[in-house]
Design a protein around this ligand. Structure first.
Ligand SMILES: O=C(CO)COP(=O)(O)O
Length: 249
């Protein structure tokens, strides 16, 4: 059985209490969604959003977690704390964290392991820069990131991989269908060498996904959903993407 597809919204450092109306709109629009829906708002909004959605099956996630479950780490948030306020997922290794906070593959593997320990699903992000693509290094970069940032113990149940080319994030540019298919196919093949149920592990594409290109992207082999930034902030746009995913394949 193929995995249930996942439409994930990464709000990044956007949104406030007033933005919870966007969540209300999603709940109203998708009483029985045809795919899994995940919102990763800023961590401080997880608890109010959880209260707001009640029994609706929208899942919530953090955008990062610490490697430790608690302790003297000012400003950080643990996977255990995310779980406590209602998260089921956490994004780790987003390129913005790799760039802004110098996170390495080792850090990301430790964070993903902490997520697993806390019973969270880790969404591990990988992706090449424009310079790396231009110099023909894309597959090598992705393989290195996978080797370093997917921890032992990863399974199709506790791990999702998001392929996010850095140059496609927030730029309005996307890779071609063949380029996405090539990378996703390689990710699946690499994971199959170390994860028994890799065929069921969800592979998301992220980077300038919007209502106008979603259906085309979701028709690509080995694309099991999307990690959406800007277009996840408005319920209408994210709703159109969710609908396209529900109708795909
Ligand atoms: O980084 C992203 C999601 O994590 C993608 O962002 P955009 O959809 O805004 O390009």
């Amino acid at each position: 059985m193929s995995p249930r597809r996942l439409a994930a919204g990464n709000w990044k450092m956007n949104g406030d209490l007033a933005a919870l109306t966007q969540i209300d709109a999603l709940c109203d629009a998708f009483p029985d969604p045809g795919c899994d829906i995940l919102i990763c708002p800023p961590a401080l909004l997880i608890h109010p959003v959880k209260g707001r959605i009640g029994a609706h099956p929208i899942a919530l996630g953090g955008q990062d977690c610490h490697t430790r479950s608690s302790g003297a780490h000012t400003g950080d948030i643990s996977a255990v704390q995310l779980k406590d306020v209602g998260a089921d997922y956490v994004i780790v290794g987003h390129s913005e964290r790799r760039a802004d906070h110098g996170e390495t593959d080792d850090d990301i593997a430790a964070k993903a392991a902490a997520a697993h320990e806390a019973d969270l699903i880790a969404i591990i992000c990988v992706g090449e820069t424009e310079a790396q693509r231009d110099s023909g290094q894309t597959l090598e970069v992705i393989e290195t990131q996978l080797a370093g940032s997917v921890p032992p113990g990863a399974t199709a149940l506790n791990t999702v991989i998001a392929y996010e080319p850095v140059w496609a994030i927030g730029s309005g540019r996307t890779p071609t269908k063949d380029q996405i298919a090539e990378v996703h196919g390689r990710i699946r093949a690499v994971l199959a060498q170390r994860i028994r149920d890799a065929a069921d592990l969800r592979l998301l594409y992220g980077g300038s996904v919007k209502p106008s290109n979603a259906a085309e992207i979701f028709a690509i082999a080995d694309v099991d959903g999307a990690l959406v930034g800007g277009a996840s902030l408005k319920a209408d746009d994210f709703g159109a993407i969710i609908r396209a995913l529900g109708e795909a394949g």
